[in-house]
Write a protein that binds this ligand. Structure first.
Ligand SMILES: *Cc1c(COP(=O)(O)O)cnc(C)c1O
Length: 373
């Protein structure tokens, strides 16, 4: 059953594998684990930072009408020009500064296939969004990890040390950071951009919930890119649409790397129409922010430590009980949040997504019950 594989040269490799039922994956993938976020049937689902509200009814009506007219036998607009023009309009740039893909995860993957890959280095500051390091490794790059301060902010001196020591080809900044919710001060992000020898990718999946954006720092002569998504603020996680705003020379390279016709026609319509409802999106964001503050106030009266969030979720750590037990206690009450308690540097921590007012009430009541018992 288990034949030892001695891989010396192509011929030996070929001989040892001939007739095997399963063939081994790339050597560098063997130690890699998949990305997990359990999808469990519960009454209150507050674990993946989605919007609690649907997009406006007028958007789905317009979408349905346009989808009915799609010529399904034709490939989609490969350049997605109308979509990119609409997105660019949100940020005061042209389509040549915008690259869109199937979720910002595919944007990140395309950036990494283009600027990372085998023999190159990618810097992250931990703890942060796990997919930055995970996708970087999938491309064959080496990940170098910097540390954050205890309050989870980025330490410019630590950033300088990491960047000088490893000269990464890609450096990630995530602001507001997932899973901590912490917003980096503009001065820190500027400092990282000034110091980094390669491309700085600022992941702004939650930027609309916070008070500043690195979009203001974008410049044709500055090697940086700002990644955004329709999954959170736009209430469109099901659509799988994300984008990056970047110098034209970055966008042009990404277009060489992405598969042809990667954005289907329905998705291009969905995104283009959504941009017309930016005011509705901003209203939903304001509501989520006020609910976030309500949850933060409730947590302040409980035996938990919490971190100030500029996103649509809050990271907290029960001080008298193991995080894992509290997470289970909530799940027993059909409230699902994210269990980060076993993640490196996040011992005992849990992350709750802001839901509807009713869902947040249920979460607060359930947490009070679990912590009180
Ligand atoms: C949710 C999230 C994304 C979004 O990914 P999509 O593929 O657009 O759904 C990207 N970055 C961060 C930090 C996130 O939390």
């Amino acid at each position: 059953m288990h034949r030892r594989i001695v891989a010396h040269g192509t011929q030996g490799w070929f001989a040892s594998l001939a007739g095997m039922a399963r063939v081994p994956v790339r050597d560098d993938l063997r130690a890699l684990e998949g990305y997990h976020s359990p999808q469990v049937e519960v009454r209150v689902r507050l674990n993946t930072n989605e919007s609690p509200e649907s997009p406006p009814r007028a958007w789905s009506d317009a979408f349905t009408a346009e989808v009915a007219r799609i010529e399904w036998h034709r490939y989609p607009d490969r350049a997605a020009t109308a979509l990119r023009t609409a997105i660019g309009g949100l940020h005061g740039v042209g389509p040549e500064n915008v690259f869109a893909a199937n979720g910002s995860n595919e944007v990140l993957q395309t950036l990494l296939l283009t600027y990372a890959g085998a023999g190159r280095r990618v810097a992250t500051f931990e703890p942060t969004y796990q997919l930055h390091a995970h996708i970087a490794r999938l491309t064959g790059a080496t990940v170098v990890e910097g540390e954050r301060r205890d309050d989870f902010t980025l330490d410019p001196a630590e950033a300088e040390r990491l960047l000088r020591a490893h000269e990464p080809h890609v450096t990630f900044v995530c602001s507001p950071n997932n899973p901590t919710g912490v917003v980096e001060p503009e001065a820190t992000v500027r400092k990282v951009i000034d110091l980094a020898p390669g491309l700085v990718v600022v992941d702004e999946a939650y930027a609309q919930f916070s008070d500043w954006s690195a979009l203001d720092l974008l410049d044709e002569d500055r090697p940086m890119a700002v990644v955004r998504t329709f999954s959170k603020t736009w209430s469109m996680a099901a659509a799988r649409l994300g984008y990056v705003v970047a110098p034209t020379w970055v966008v042009a390279e990404l277009e060489k790397v992405i598969l042809p016709y990667h954005l289907d026609t329905a998705k291009q319509i969905a995104g283009r129409l959504a941009v017309g409802f930016v005011d509705d999106m901003n209203a939903r964001v304001r509501h989520v922010v006020s609910e976030r503050e309500r949850i933060a106030n409730a947590l302040a009266a409980m035996p938990v430590q919490q971190w100030r969030s500029g996103a649509n979720f809050i990271l907290f750590r029960p001080t008298d009980r193991p995080g894992r037990d509290v997470w289970q206690g909530l799940l027993d009450r059909s409230v699902l949040i994210r269990d980060c308690s076993g993640w490196p540097r996040l011992a005992g921590c849990l992350r709750v997504t802001v839901g509807t007012a009713a869902e947040n009430d249920e979460f607060i009541a359930a947490l009070q019950e679990v912590l009180g018992s």
